[in-house]
Design a protein around this ligand. Structure first.
Ligand SMILES: [Zn+2]
Length: 245
């Protein structure tokens, strides 16, 4: 264990183009349920499986039911950044970390102070009228009932990538650029099961791949540092001035 922390610390000390690629595991400590874990959303009881509800087709056909689920399960306004979010923000401020690429939609990296956050799956904090594109914030949707409507009458849609929907091109391009230019790529809190997001890892050409995830990932055998633990436990332990906490 100690050796793993020291090795991670060494990478942080020696490189200044680090990119972090993260997923649900980064936010579980903050109280955001992991979609795919045993006690996550997919195993909770609902009329339809979450994968069905969170699809484009379902949103268009049954918006009332979509928003009922979405408000209940996806809009967590009590979550606070944890040690992993804070450490990554510190690393960026110190000029070590160039980007956080996340599959999460919870805004916790930004709340921790990260500036360059590429949200592959969008954010629950952005919502747009489908007709006039007027912006609505998190609180507006949280406080709304039924299908939230814009003052123009259009339905307000969360800026979240639903199943069957493609990722935003500009976000993908920026993520590819960051990953392909990185010296060190840290993959944390993701089992890399969701495509096309997980495929972005293929663009990494750098020197060191670090994988921090509790369960196995398809990239484990390519990692030169593999830590099978929760990401926040490790990320909190290295420092930007070379002193292990
Ligand atoms: Zn509108």
């Amino acid at each position: 264990m100690a050796g793993e922390v020291e090795k991670l610390q060494e990478l942080v000390d020696n490189y200044d183009n680090i990119v972090f690629f993260g997923g649900a595991g980064v936010s579980t400590e903050s109280g955001i349920p992991d979609f795919r874990s045993q006690d996550g959303l997919y195993h909770q009881k609902y009329d339809y499986p979450p994968e069905t509800i969170l699809s484009h087709t379902f949103f268009m056909r049954k918006p009332e039911e979509f928003f009922k689920f979405y408000r209940d399960k996806m809009l967590c306004d009590t979550a606070k950044p944890n040690a992993a979010h804070r450490k990554l923000a510190e690393l960026e401020a110190a000029g070590k970390l160039k980007a956080v690429i996340t599959q999460n939609i919870d805004n916790l990296h930004q709340m921790a102070g990260s500036k360059k956050v590429l949200e592959l799956h969008g954010s629950v904090h952005r919502n747009y009228c489908m007709k006039c594109h007027k912006f609505y914030d998190f609180a507006h949707i949280k406080a709304s009932t039924g299908v939230p409507r814009c003052e123009c009458g259009g339905i307000i849609k969360p800026d979240v990538v639903l199943y069957e929907e493609g990722l935003d091109n500009q976000t993908i391009n920026e993520a590819v650029k960051a990953i392909s230019e990185a010296q060190v790529l840290i993959i944390g809190g993701t089992s890399l099961a969701v495509y096309p997001a997980a495929g972005l890892i293929d663009y990494f050409r750098g020197e060191h791949l670090v994988v921090i995830n509790k369960s196995p990932t398809p990239r484990d055998r390519y990692a030169d540092l593999l830590i099978q633990e929760r990401s926040d436990r490790y990320l909190r332990r290295f420092t930007v001035d070379g002193k292990i906490l």
